[in-house]
Design a protein around this ligand. Structure first.
Ligand code: PEP
Ligand code: MG
Length: 888
């Protein structure tokens, strides 16, 4: 037989995939085929084969024929959000079926009401040499009638040699190649995964990072499936849950080391999970309760996805059994809010199918990924540990071989970079959506987020860093991506209500970290909520009142008011000036990237801004901001800080911080090239404009200036010279406080000279670590080793801090180490007296400092200086730390 007939799985109206209201299917990104609008609710097998995937939600099924060809049938569009409502699986994955066997039953009415469309694509996953023939013309079709034939299977007929064929299907399901040569050296380890959330995105990212640092090919296997350990997507697609057995294997010269490192990675993920006082780990703690006196913006993490009816929910989505005007949903972040419904709609990004040649498209994709990587790294630095971890997973997706390899193949086949990227991402999403695990399915949103970042970059656009919102907004949407949430003004955003979504999605975790009440799974009814109406979000009880009475609004507002009072009392403690246990004054400042951060910093009790990353303010601009624009931005931030000091860092451009409006010549080694003050001195026009704006901020003297990437005192003197000229030009009284960043070993080792020419030092531990250890701070494979607690880095910190102490001048730390609770006692012990951290970390850092005695810190720090590695330092400090959340 040289062709394989595929028959209709149910009765209905047959049409071309072009008619499917989903660009992924209509664009043939998952493969070619036909669609049927069903008129019966019994889905039967379109051919003989093995059921490869049939998730608990039973909205889709994939079958592999004996030839290794894989077909996907996706009942309706956006039906994954129904979470099984209206569907019933009639077979299990692994079952061998014949054409016509019953696979799924579904309730046409329920699915039609809850889905975007009933149109059901039946597609053949792409495979070289296959062709669809005898396609049925549009019109009525009955179950069992021919839809099309798959021709070109003759060369697949050698079943004994199906490895290559199966590899293609496996790639979509997250499996590695089966044709690998027998390994030179192999190692293996079997363990039971005890992570509460299983191998979800963040531990998967951790493992993939480790796997990439070895030459050996490592795989993880569970449930009879195998994944390339370098691919986060493939690891997640294994669907490993708590209690599952996991087999780690590697082959290659360093196989044993690779396996040991992956086992250690799982242990590290466990430590992170138990150390974390935030995020997903806390959510599944069955003892965690929603505090009835929870603060207004619901900081209390919720136990499980709590349904609001007594019935068992299907994957967290509950049927709506509430009076008119009330929708029931799942609590993703607890709290109570009364505000104005604010709808946001996402714009679909168009991509053209055909490219302008593989070389051009490859270069475009590479450039877009580089741009997105830089942007994500910037965004990661504007939030706390939760945000950083989630963005670390997104960065892994960006480089994931399971996404990049198929994308490159499609580009080689003549597709555009955008088409190829979207198709590759969507294939991975199909693999995740097929899992019987709602948490893994929720990670599809992360992939969509990464997809849209890259597509926007390819289109030359960028998602704005800040999306405008009206006052007192309650966001109403079908779904929300993590990057969309981080771009919303948290001061104006009172609550989030989603029709779909999941309680353990990354966007939910971020909302809880931002203390924004959030309900998900409110269903299609949410589309009836009119923009601008007053709504009550009870994210303790799990309801959205979208047509409340005046009395209900009044009552809810009173409840909000009393929670606010409670919250203010709690926050007041964070507002008290910070002293160590022995009374030593330690200033806890905040790092800011924009005016929203400034407001958050004040609310969290920051005593000033220790680092305003001015390059963030205009990161997505095509043209350089002029003096007036800069002045307005700086003045706005100064105003938001009230009387608190503002340390404004001069633009730190170049290296890992490219700016669109300031294209720099390509450099072989940008991290060692024109960056920081070197760029500023090379572009005196830009430096002067920035300095003039900074000097004009009112009242004069509030702003202190900080120079990045100092290597020697001549750079300080050059900047000081320009400042003096401008002070005279602007007829300002002067002097203005000037500081130098200690980010290079050269600056640290000559700190005693630098300190004579500046008023303070600020240690940028991120770059200092990078340049001391000669490890790229953004390198995914080195992420676990670029640790500021390496004794070499600590010795340089000690050098800089003692220069400051001797000169009686302030030494601060404004890099990530300042919020690392392992590092805090050491920094204080070495003489640092100001810590500048992300706004959200301020209360925890203050709390930690208040319990420390400087003499003890000094003793501990001196012992650490003599240790051999960051791991040894951490091991020495660990027993001295209390069980508070990791503030890194
Ligand atoms: C640092 O290098 O530690 C620092 C604070 O500067 P940035 O992270 O902006 O490079
Ligand atoms: Mg730096």
């Amino acid at each position: 037989m040289s062709s394989l007939p595929i028959v209709a799985p149910f009765d209905g109206w047959c049409s071309s995939l072009d008619e499917v209201p989903d660009s992924v299917f209509a664009g043939r990104m998952l493969g070619d085929g036909l669609a049927i609008d069903p008129t019966s609710g019994i889905l039967t097998a379109p051919c003989a084969g093995e059921i490869i995937t049939l998730p608990a939600s039973a909205h889709a099924v994939s079958i592999r024929t004996p030839h290794g060809i894989e077909l996907l049938i996706h009942v309706g569009i956006d039906t994954v959000h129904l979470a099984g409502r209206g569907f019933e699986a009639r077979v299990r994955p692994g079952a061998k079926v014949r054409a016509g066997d019953e696979l799924i039953r579904f309730d046409l009415d329920v699915v039609a009401r809850g889905a975007k469309s009933l149109m059901t694509p039946i597609v053949v996953m792409p495979l070289d040499g296959l062709e669809l023939r005898q396609r049925r013309a549009p019109g009525l079709v009955s179950a069992g009638e021919l839809l099309f034939e798959i021709a070109g299977i003759a060369h697949l007929a050698n079943i004994a040699n199906v490895a290559n064929i199966a590899n293609v299907a496996d790639a979509a399901a997250g499996l590695p190649s089966r044709s690998a040569q027998p390994p030179a050296a192999t190692a293996g380890h079997v363990l039971i995964v005890t992570l509460r959330q299983g191998l979800h995105a963040r531990p998967a990212a951790l493992l993939a990072q480790r796997a990439k640092s070895f030459g050996a090919q490592a795989t993880l296997a569970a449930h009879g499936r195998t994944a390339n350990a370098r691919s986060v997507v493939a690891i997640m697609a294994l669907g490993v849950r708590q209690g599952d057995e996991l087999t780690i294997q590697a082959s290659g010269a360093d196989a044993a080391e690779a396996v040991a490192s992956l086992v250690a990675g799982i242990q590290e993920a466990l430590r992170m999970e138990s150390a974390a006082g935030h995020g997903a780990a806390a959510r599944t703690d069955p003892t965690a309760r929603t505090d009835p006196a929870a603060p207004i913006n619901g900081s209390a993490p919720v136990s499980q996805a709590a349904p609001v009816t007594g019935e068992a929910p299907v994957s967290g989505v509950v049927p709506n059994r509430f009076p008119a005007g009330v929708l029931g949903g799942v609590i993703a972040a607890a709290g109570l809010a009364v505000g104005r419904a604010t709808r946001i709609e996402r714009r679909e990004i168009d991509v053209t199918e055909h490219g302008m040649g593989p070389a051009h498209e490859r270069a475009e994709l590479e450039q877009a990924r580089t741009h997105v990587r830089a942007r994500l790294e910037r965004v990661a630095e504007t939030g706390g540990a939760t945000r950083r971890e989630i963005i670390a997973a997104h960065l892994e997706f960006l480089d994931d071989p399971q996404v990049n390899e198929p994308a490159q193949e499609l580009i080689a086949a003549g597709k555009s970079a955008g088409f190829a990227w979207r198709a590759a991402i969507r294939r991975s999403i199909v693999a995740l959506e097929a899992l019987d695990d709602s948490r893994m399915r929720e990670r599809a949103d992360d992939l969509l987020d990464v997809e849209s970042h890259v597509l926007l970059a390819l289109a030359g656009e960028a998602r704005p860093m800040i999306l405008p919102l009206p006052e007192r907004a309650v966001l109403i949407a079908d779904d929300l991506l993590p990057s969309e949430l981080t771009a919303l003004d948290p001061q104006r955003l009172l609550a989030i209500c989603l029709g779909g979504g999941g309680a353990t999605s990354h966007v939910a975790i971020l909302a809880a970290a931002m203390e924004i009440p959030m309900l998900v799974g409110l269903g299609a009814g949410i589309r009836a909520v009119a923009n601008g109406t007053t709504v009550i979000v009870d994210a303790d009880g799990g309801t959205l009142q979208w047509a409340p009475t005046a009395a209900a609004i009044e009552q809810a507002e009173a409840a909000v008011e009393s929670r606010l009072e409670h919250r203010a009392k709690t926050q007041a403690e964070a507002q008290i000036e910070c002293r160590a246990l022995d009374g030593t004054r330690i200033e806890v400042f905040a790092n800011l990237g924009n005016v929203l951060d400034a407001a958050a910093a004040v609310a969290n009790g920051a005593e000033g801004c220790g680092l305003l990353r001015t390059e963030f303010l205009f990161i997505d601009r095509e043209t350089a901001p002029d003096e007036a624009e800069q002045l307005a931005a700086y003045q706005g931030i100064a105003a938001a800080l009230g009387p608190k000091p503002l340390i404004l860092r001069l633009m730190d451009v170049g290296g890992d911080k490219p700016l669109r409006y300031l294209p720099l010549p390509a450099e072989e080694n940008p991290a060692l090239g024109l960056r920081g003050v070197r760029t500023a001195l090379a572009r005196p026009d830009l430096l002067r404009a920035q300095l003039r704006a900074a000097l004009r901020v009112q009242p004069f003297g509030r702003v202190r200036l900080l120079i990045p990437m100092i290597t020697d005192v001549a750079e300080v003197l050059a900047v000081r010279g320009v400042i003096n000229e401008l002070l005279a030009e602007l007829a300002l009284p002067g002097p203005i406080e000037l500081g130098a960043m200690i980010e290079t070993p050269a600056a640290a080792l000559t700190a005693s000279v630098l300190i004579r020419e500046v008023d303070f030092l600020s240690i940028g531990s991120n770059d200092l670590t990078q340049y001391t250890l000669a490890m790229d701070r953004g390198h995914p494979q080195l992420a676990g080793r670029t640790d500021a607690l390496h004794p070499a880095v600590l010795k340089l910190v000690a050098e800089a801090a003692s220069a400051g102490v001797a000169a009686g001048k302030m030494v601060a730390v404004c890099g990530g180490a300042a919020a690392d609770r392992f590092a805090v006692p050491l920094l204080l012990g070495l003489g640092v007296r100001e810590l500048s951290v992300v706004p959200a970390a301020v209360p925890a850092v203050k709390q930690q400092v208040r319990a420390l005695r400087i003499a003890d810190c000094r003793e501990l720090a001196l012992r650490c200086l003599d240790l051999a590695s960051a791991a040894e330092v951490r091991a020495l400090i660990a027993p001295t730390l209390g069980p508070v959340g990791d503030t890194r």
